[in-house]
Design a binder for this molecule. Structure first.
Ligand code: NI
Ligand code: MN
Length: 230
């Protein structure tokens, strides 16, 4: 069963096995890189790594429209539930939550997490990444994070595809992402969280070349709207 991954720009991804659709950090409205509207995507499951607005994005609206279940860190899950999102499932680092067609294991991420709503800044929970098991594959979405040595433990889980931030400034940059790739040991590395705005502009050709030179992973660099069959 092949899995198709579509990049929606920034850290927004869509997975499908032909039967179900999983969105990760679905941000369309206000995402300078997005080429489709939040009204036009399907979803059965939505994974949110942390509460920053560029990751929560359109999750609540899509989940409300489609009935999709949002899986995220417990405090953010409770927050979204209180805001009226019908189906939410909260978990935390080390835990696994099953969804239709797969599962998501919460990993740690070195970052921050806060959300601005009409009452001001709220801070629901801590940041996470996910090991998504879906369509026979293990796909590691690192989320927004710095490099950390325990990515080697994540690598021990047999990761096929790693989605790693390379933008620098708010996450690790390209050289740390190459080091991360070495720890994770995935066949394919998909860069994320770059080129959305000038502060995170990166040279993806240079990243892909460094990855090939220093690791056994190969980069699959996607433009917004592009897909890759995994
Ligand atoms: Ni963030
Ligand atoms: Mn971010």
């Amino acid at each position: 069963m092949a899995v198709t991954l579509k990049y929606h720009g920034h850290a927004s991804f869509e997975l499908t096995d032909g039967t179900t659709t999983v969105l990760v950090d679905p941000w369309f409205t206000g995402n300078p890189a997005a080429v489709v509207s939040a009204d036009d995507v399907k979803a059965d499951t939505i994974l949110i790594t942390h509460a920053h607005s560029d990751h929560v994005g359109d999750s609540a609206a899509i989940a409300t429209r489609t009935g999709a279940t949002i899986i995220t860190v417990n405090e953010l899950a409770n927050y979204l539930s209180a805001k009226g999102v019908p189906n939410v499932a909260g978990g935390n680092h080390g835990g696994t939550i099953e969804f239709i067609g797969g599962s998501a294991k919460f990993t740690q991420a070195w970052h921050s997490s806060a959300y601005a709503d009409e009452t001001g800044i709220v801070a629901p929970g801590v940041p996470a990444g996910f090991i998504v098991r879906y369509g026979g594959l293990a796909i590691y979405f690192a989320g927004d994070t710095a490099l950390f040595g325990d990515m080697a433990l994540i690598g021990e889980e047999g990761i096929d595809v790693a989605v790693l931030p390379i933008g620098d400034k708010f996450t690790m940059g390209p050289s740390d992402a190459v080091r991360a790739a070495k720890f994770v040991g995935a066949k394919t590395v998909i860069p994320s969280h770059f080129n959305t705005f000038p502060a995170i502009a990166q040279d993806t050709d240079a990243f892909a070349a460094a990855l090939s030179e220093k690791t056994s992973s190969k980069a699959a660099v996607l433009k917004p709207g592009e897909t890759v069959t995994l």
